[in-house]
Design a protein around this ligand. Structure first.
Ligand code: 5GP
Ligand code: ZN
Length: 113
């Protein structure tokens, strides 16, 4: 089955890559919702957060640490930022390869829409 984010991880589809290592790829969202809006994607294909198992716990840790590193690099660590994981229809998930949104550079609203 084809997967957009697997294709980006494998370099088959271009993206503005911010960081890449063996475990995660970070790239800019094509429709940014904030001055900084990047997606942190594990190199391993996992469809939704529901599909995570205990063995994937380290992956989530690496995703959050990558987002923290990019927040510093983007200069939004002190002003603040938001990390978001959407799951399935009600969560607003549109790409079924898990991804952590890192948004910052403006004041976020609460509650989210
Ligand atoms: P979701 O709605 O699943 O939480 O987030 C998917 C995100 O992927 C959206 O913010 C959307 O703008 C972004 N996106 C969709 N297609 C592409 C693409 O081809 N390239 C990039 N860089 N981002 C994409
Ligand atoms: Zn995938």
């Amino acid at each position: 089955m084809s997967c957009l984010f697997c294709d980006i991880v494998e370099g088959k589809i271009p993206a503005q890559i911010v960081k890449k290592d063996d475990h995660v790829v970070v790239f800019r969202d094509i429709q940014p919702q904030a001055p900084t809006h990047v997606l942190v994607v594990p190199t391993k294909h996992i469809s939704t957060i529901n599909d995570l198992t205990g063995q994937d716990a380290a992956i989530i840790g690496k995703m959050v640490m990558a987002a923290q590193e990019v927040a510093v690099a983007e200069g939004i660590d002190e002003s603040g930022y938001r990390m978001v994981l959407n799951c399935n229809k009600d969560g607003g998930q549109s790409v079924f390869h898990i991804h952590l949104h890192l948004l910052g550079g403006r004041t976020m609203q609460w509650p989210p829409g």
